[in-house]
Design a protein around this ligand. Structure first.
Ligand SMILES: *[C@@H]1O[C@H](CO)[C@@H](O)[C@H](O)[C@H]1NC(C)=O
Length: 125
């Protein structure tokens, strides 16, 4: 008789506690600044569209190439095999915000899979 009552108490208590903590979080705690900012930036973002406000504007991509290592030299065929790092810089006109509205956040990291990236392929240097 007694163990059975105990078991019922537990099964009622646990969901009630979970509901209270979920309600507290939604009502009192504001969303963290980075989460709010990320939501704002990604809302309606289309990674397939070049990020300019005026389509007549070009997007300038700066490329910075660094030879990190020489992996091989084939003198007979005149082939130099290298390992390079390259960085690309461009302006995405859709990814802007007022830092004052986001606890003075001035930088955010966003995975490249989520945003427009230049379609540039280096075949040969
Ligand atoms: C943001 O910066 C302004 C100016 O420096 C400062 O007055 C304000 O308290 C800062 N806000 C936060 C949330 O840090």
């Amino acid at each position: 008789m007694v163990p059975r009552r105990c078991w019922i108490h537990h099964s009622v208590l646990v969901p009630a506690l979970l509901m209270i903590s979920a309600a507290n979080r939604a009502d009192n705690a504001p969303k963290p600044a980075l989460l709010r900012l990320s939501d704002k930036l990604m809302e309606g973002y289309k990674k397939g569209v070049r990020p300019v406000l005026d389509w007549r504007q070009t997007t300038t991509v700066l490329i910075d190439v660094m030879v990190y290592a020489i992996l091989g030299v084939d003198e007979k065929n005149q082939v130099l095999t290298t390992y390079i790092w390259y960085r690309q810089f461009w302006v995405d006109e859709f990814l802007k915000w007022n830092p004052k509205e986001y606890e003075n956040v001035t930088q955010i990291s966003i995975p490249t899979e989520k945003i427009w990236v230049p379609d540039i392929l280096i075949n040969e240097l």
